[in-house]
Design a protein around this ligand. Structure first.
Ligand code: NAP
Length: 497
């Protein structure tokens, strides 16, 4: 095993989350064993390690939310909770022999491409150095917790923390608690903490579309059946995938038949669970369904109907030492503030400083919105593969499926680098630009281009989401377009003086 002292490796993988582990498994399957996985935290699991808030769970049903080649017949619920998902990824890392490759507690500070040598030089914040022919970055889109700069934030005398850095030492029993934000994370922790708090105030800037979550326990009898007849589990996986995929039509165009059907489902859910017309109005979004992420929960509406829960929909003016003041002068006294305000999603791969050919910095190249060729390669950054990169996110199906398709595309490119002993495999600017023109033209007619604020877009450009169905992504990623790449063998690189 190579060490951290600048030894030469075939590959460095950044991140031991869902994508990084997948890349590591696939490299090993290819017989590539000299690689390291650099992980800043002290566990595998990525988002499933970071997000330990009460009620954290996956809104993709369990039997679909696993690698296709590593099913888990033991999920205990239809929608698994975070501890079980984290345990799954830890088990996969163990089963596939990945742990000896992973350097925990190693934050990557930067990586620079040495054009003459055809190698990436990777720097760890703790002084570690690695040199590798291939760089795979699986740092995720949702890994930098973000909260707005609200006046007086630092003056608050109570406790405050972000949902993705939940303070497990704080007992919320009998406390006056605020949740700033009511997004995907908040709708999961609010039902858990509402019964504990003396008073829970939700600061809601906009409301969300919610649809039912058919969660239930998977019984020991079902487990036994899945073990005995794996084909049943496979059939269930395919069924879940197909149901999710059938929802794509609702995202393809706002106001379509599929979108109206989904909106009806959401409106019926609201009507069934919230009987106060004023509260119902407050909870009804004013934008087309799907424009922001659709939230899947049966517990949120009952939680907000509790007498100790209040929704405040007017803007926050400031935070004061003992609470929050709104713009109309309303004062909410508080002991705890939870920032459920999401993640910094614009600067993909921030804060890693990636320097490619001719000293080009990825941050500068992506300053006006990240883009990549097929979501994984970037012109000027040879032999680098981004996983869950620009325009690979979804609103309707499993991200694990998308990551596996990215590996389908990346592996033949890695094979090409190694088999032809290439110094550079660099996507040409022309094909990358053409790909993104077509992608953005398709995205322009999707529901995400409608009038709503979401983390899917930055300055109006949809940088995070894929433009079609997952089947379309699959079709695209199966075909490796080597002619879109500049291929330069080792020893033939001409570096400008
Ligand atoms: P989020 O869904 O983006 O929600 C952020 C919340 O903070 C929104 O309610 C937003 O209001 C609010 N907010 C932001 N800035 C604010 C401000 N200045 N003042 C008041 N409110 C403000 O973030 P998240 O809940 O952390 O989820 C992020 C993503 O993580 C999700 O979209 C999803 O992809 C993923 N996630 C997935 C699961 C899962 O089950 N698989 C669970 C949790 C998270 P606006 O709506 O008005 O912007």
């Amino acid at each position: 095993m190579a060490g951290d002292t600048g030894e030469r490796l075939t590959a460095v993988i950044v991140g031991a989350g869902m994508s990084g582990l997948l890349a590591a498994i696939k490299l090993k399957e290819r017989g590539i064993d000299d690689f390291v996985v650099l992980e800043r935290s002290d566990s595998v699991g990525g988002t499933w390690y970071d997000n330990q808030y009460p009620g954290a769970s996956c809104d993709v049903p369990s039997h679909l939310y696993s690698y296709s080649f590593a099913p888990n017949p033991n999920w205990t619920r239809a929608f698994a909770r975070q501890p079980e998902i984290l345990a799954y990824f830890r088990d996969v890392a163990e089963r596939y022999g990945l742990n000896p490759h992973i350097r925990f507690g190693t934050e990557v500070e930067g990586a620079s491409f040495d054009e003459a040598a055809g190698e990436w030089q990777v720097r760890g914040a703790d002084g570690g150095r690695w040199t590798a022919r291939i760089l795979i970055v699986g740092a995720g889109q949702l890994n930098r917790p973000w909260s707005p700069d609200i006046e007086g934030k630092e003056s608050f005398r109570g406790t405050q923390f972000h949902s993705a850095r939940w303070n497990l030492d704080v007992d919320l029993t009998g406390q006056r608690v605020a949740s700033i934000g009511n997004g995907a994370s908040a709708v999961q922790y609010i039902p858990e903490i509402a019964p504990l708090a003396e008073k829970l105030t939700i600061f809601q800037r906009s409301s969300n579309w919610l649809i039912p979550r058919p969660d239930e326990e998977i019984t020991p009898k079902q487990h036994a059946l899945f073990k005995k007849l794996p084909i049943l589990r496979q059939a269930l996986r395919l069924l879940i995938y197909s149901i999710n995929e059938s929802r794509w039509g609702a995202f393809r165009k706002a106001g379509s038949w599929a979108s109206r059907r989904l909106e009806k489902m959401a409106r019926d859910h609201l009507t069934a669970q919230v009987h106060d017309p004023k509260l119902r109005e407050l909870l009804t979004p004013d934008y087309p369904i799907g424009c922001k992420r659709i939230l899947i929960t049966d517990d949120y509406y009952p939680a907000v109907c509790r007498p100790n829960v209040e929704i405040v929909s007017e803007p926050i003016a400031r935070i004061v030492p003992d609470g929050i003041e709104t713009q109309s002068g309303k004062k909410v006294p508080l002991d705890v503030i939870i920032w459920g305000t999401g993640f910094a999603t614009a600067g993909f791969l921030m804060p890693i400083d990636i320097v490619g050919r001719s000293g080009k910095r990825l941050h500068d190249v992506w300053a006006n919105g990240a883009e990549a060729h097929r979501g994984v390669t970037v012109a000027g950054f040879p032999n680098m593969f981004v996983m869950y990169g620009p325009n690979t996110n979804l609103g309707h199906n499993s991200i694990i499926f998308m990551s596996e398709r990215q590996m389908d595309y990346i592996l033949p490119l890695i094979d090409t680098i190694l088999a032809r002993d290439l110094a550079l495999l660099d996507v040409k600017p022309g094909p990358q630009a053409a790909y993104n023109r077509e992608l953005q033209a398709k995205l322009a007619t999707t529901v995400w281009s409608e009038n709503c604020g979401s983390w899917y877009k930055h300055d109006g450009k949809i940088t995070n989401n894929w433009s079609g169905s997952t089947i379309a992504f699959w079709r695209q990623m199966r075909k490796v377009d080597l002619d879109s790449y500049e291929l330069v063998p080792r020893g033939k690189v001409k570096v400008a003086a």
